[in-house]
Design a protein around this ligand. Structure first.
Ligand code: OGA
Ligand code: MN
Length: 293
């Protein structure tokens, strides 16, 4: 029997899919997104994202313009504060890469080598990202994804009660200075665009009402109102819980994969690869979101 199946919602979804993980994520099959005729299906993917949190579509051949057009159907697009990595000619595309051309990196290397959700360090973080693989190493460089709905729902009730109304401070500058200690620090302009922000530790999905844990490594500086040691250990415990195998999906990239994820209820983390030997080029678009509550 084929692994593919029609979605069994009230209105049948106009695409075939299979689960990637028992609790979240689907792979949509038999879909050519390069064709503008697929726009109606893309609109169905926009609502499928609310239900599934992550959507994989393999085997795509997308021009940069088409990648941006598809992404726009999800909402307004954000441009990254690290302008030096917007190198495709379309400012909506943020490049992640270890490749240099004419002595200049074409993308940010070692981006996302920590558990995070995109742009959690701004007041209105991204609702979702669309990452398209242009060139991938034959081994390594998997991306891990965690469902923060599952993470929240599986916490012991006493912990849920304890953290339900807590907030945390997210800091891009703190993350940047640690993750990229070998680089020049952020400019004053970049810092001005990324002041520290406070978000709830438990957030509500704005379209489904489902709760999720909203934490992360490195970017989350502290849980507010606690003594430093307690904040550090609670944060570490929540992060460790969230990224346990039961709530994570490990993606092995092939060239032409597009993954769309919901930053409101998932975290992700890059993994290393032999960057002396292999090239990796990934294109990301980032959809605007609203203030977490
Ligand atoms: C991202 C990201 C991880 C990876 O694109 O936002 O964190 O594996 N990517 O490239
Ligand atoms: Mn990321």
């Amino acid at each position: 029997m084929s692994m593919s199946q029609r979605m069994s919602t009230a209105t049948p979804a106009p695409f075939a899919s299979r689960p990637l993980h028992p609790g979240f994520g689907i792979e949509v099959t038999d879909l050519d997104l390069s064709n503008p005729d697929s726009d109606a299906v893309v609109d169905a993917l926009v609502s499928a994202l609310d239900t599934h949190s992550l959507i994989l579509v393999r085997g795509q051949t997308l021009s940069n313009a088409r990648h941006v057009d598809i992404s726009r159907r999800f909402g307004d697009l954000l441009t990254h504060v690290l302008k030096q990595f917007l190198t495709t000619g379309l400012p909506e595309i943020y490049v992640l890469s270890n490749v240099s051309e004419q002595g200049k990196p074409i993308g940010n290397h070692k981006e996302g080598w920590n558990w995070h959700s995109d742009l959690s360090y701004v007041a209105e973080p991204s609702m979702g990202s669309l990452l398209y693989s242009v060139e991938v190493p034959p081994e390594g460089a998997d991306t891990l994804f965690a469902s923060m709905h599952l993470a929240w729902e599986s916490l012991p009730p006493a912990t849920q009660t304890r953290i339900r109304n807590m907030t945390a401070t997210h800091s891009y500058e703190g993350y940047y200075s640690r993750a990229f200690a070998d680089r020049a620090p952020l400019t004053d302009e970049q810092k001005a665009r990324t002041p520290d922000v406070v978000h709830p530790v438990v957030r509500t999905h704005p379209t489904t009402g489902r709760l999720s844990l909203y934490v992360g490594q490195d970017i989350v500086k502290q849980i507010d109102g606690l003594p430093a040691e307690e904040s550090t250990s609670l944060l570490a415990a929540l992060n460790a819980h969230a990224i346990s195998d039961a709530f994570t999906y490990r993606h092995k990239w092939q060239q032409g994969d597009l993954i769309i994820w919901d930053n409101r209820c998932t975290m992700h983390c890059a993994t290393p690869y032999d960057d002396n030997r292999y090239r990796r080029v990934m294109h990301r678009t980032t959809v605007a979101g609203t203030r977490p509550f």
